[in-house]
Design a protein around this ligand. Structure first.
Ligand SMILES: Cc1ncc(COP(=O)(O)O)c(C=O)c1O
Length: 407
């Protein structure tokens, strides 16, 4: 974590040294957001979902800030540990864990496994028994409902995630009886990217009520309860950023009563809200084409570099993300469609975007791109060069493009 100049102020002077397409991450922004959240919710753990941005510099920053980690593969567990996070700080979620991943996590002394089914609990128990240890676990519960307005919802329908609320009392009793496990509590993640503080609070209230009913029914004191936050960021025109004070008030109202369980640790689990505003994807305009009533600027990165910004990661309706012309911010406004370099007409970064006219060679920045960017995009498609990843430390912009697959 660093303080210093903001990347946005320094960026125009640095454009000449940036090989596009490139993600740039401002670690100062990550630090500010983390600290604002931890001040707004004192007493609660902040558990960073590594999948949102697993770049080593981001993970190192989170470690320095005191974050806990949610990993969804053994690769993510290794990444967090490689930057100095102790295994005790890491939980391992995921509905499809390979047996080898479970065994490695147990051997590593992972803080807890989040078991998403009875079968996964049985596999984890067997791995623990074989090593003569008792593995702390949380059981992930899939609530039957979540409030309207709560982002991309994962409740009330058949999904691969977690133990359905309807089955939970019996399944939890079976998990609690397994010899290699210490069932310490529950994990909830019912949806993502909500901009409605009231819906976020109502979802947490629902999960908190469920946690109380299930743990009391089991006759156990919870030692850890994890609540996926669902905190969103305003990707599209007309959306309003969440107000942290409002959010904290509603989250506290839902979760504070649970602190009556003596010694319980309560974590808020999230990724995008912490890191999305810290990242931008920079693309360069390669050429322009006008005709049939439209102007198209063709850039050197499209959905190969940023699947989510192209509306291909779970969006029902494709809408433009915030994109600005960094090279020529004062050029006259123009309505332009931004295409990527791929061989398909669906490779569009933006359609009919109002932007300072993007000339050939200009660098455009796609904002809110610090989450679900580089690692969520099919970079190998048509063998485009890998997308660069650069880190701003308050003074220098350093190319730290990782070799993925090498933890
Ligand atoms: C279990 C779990 N936790 C946390 C997250 C992070 O969500 P977000 O980045 O929207 O905060 C996800 C996202 O898919 C998830 O599946």
């Amino acid at each position: 974590m660093t303080t210093g100049a903001r990347l946005d102020d320094a960026l125009p002077a640095l454009l000449g040294q940036i090989e596009t397409p490139a993600y740039v991450y401002d670690l100062g922004v990550v630090g500010q957001r983390y600290q604002a959240l931890s001040q707004a919710l004192p007493g609660f753990g902040i558990r960073y979902a590594v999948k949102a941005n697993p770049h080593a510099a981001v993970l190192r920053c989170m470690t320095a800030l005191g974050a806990l980690f949610d990993a969804s593969s053994i690769g993510e567990v290794r990444r967090a540990m490689a930057v100095g996070a102790g295994p005790g700080l890491i939980g391992f979620t995921g509905p499809g864990k390979r047996l080898a991943e479970i065994v490695e996590a147990v051997e590593t002394g992972i803080g807890h496994m989040v078991v998403e089914s009875l079968h996964q609990a049985q596999q984890t128990s067997a791995a623990a028994v074989a090593r003569g240890v008792v593995q702390p676990v949380l059981a992930r519960i899939s609530p039957a409902t979540s409030p309207k307005g709560f982002g991309a919802r994962m409740t009330g329908v058949a999904t691969q995630f977690g133990i359905d609320e309807e089955e939970a009392p019996q399944v939890l009793a079976q998990i609690a009886a397994l010899p290699g496990l210490d069932l310490q509590g529950l994990h909830f993640y019912a949806g993502s990217n909500s901009l409605d503080a009231a819906a976020i609070g109502a979802n947490m209230q629902n999960c908190a009520d469920l946690a109380r009913v299930l743990m009391d029914g089991l006759g156990r004191l919870p030692r850890r309860l994890i609540f996926g936050s669902g905190f969103g960021v305003p990707y599209h025109d007309g959306q309003r950023e969440l107000v942290l004070d409002e959010l904290a008030t509603t989250v506290r109202a839902a979760l504070l009563p649970l602190t009556a369980y003596s010694g319980v640790g309560i974590d808020i689990e999230l990724g995008r809200w912490l890191v999305a505003p810290a990242g931008q994807l920079l693309v360069r305009v390669l050429t322009r084409k006008s005709g049939r009533g439209a102007t198209i600027a063709i850039c050197d990165g499209g959905f190969n570099a940023h699947l989510a910004a192209c509306g291909m990661m779970g969006s029902v309706v494709r809408r433009n993300w915030p994109i600005r012309n960094v090279s020529a911010p004062n050029a006259p406004q123009e309505k332009v469609t931004l295409a990527g370099p791929l061989c398909t007409s669906i490779d569009l970064l933006a359609r009919d975007l109002d932007i300072a006219a993007p000339g050939v060679g200009d660098v455009l920045a796609v904002g809110l791109s610090g989450a679900y960017g580089a690692t969520s995009s099919p970079q190998g498609f048509i063998s485009q060069p890998p997308v660069r990843e650069m880190v701003w430390n308050g003074r220098d912009l350093i190319d730290q493009t990782p070799v993925w697959g090498v933890p």
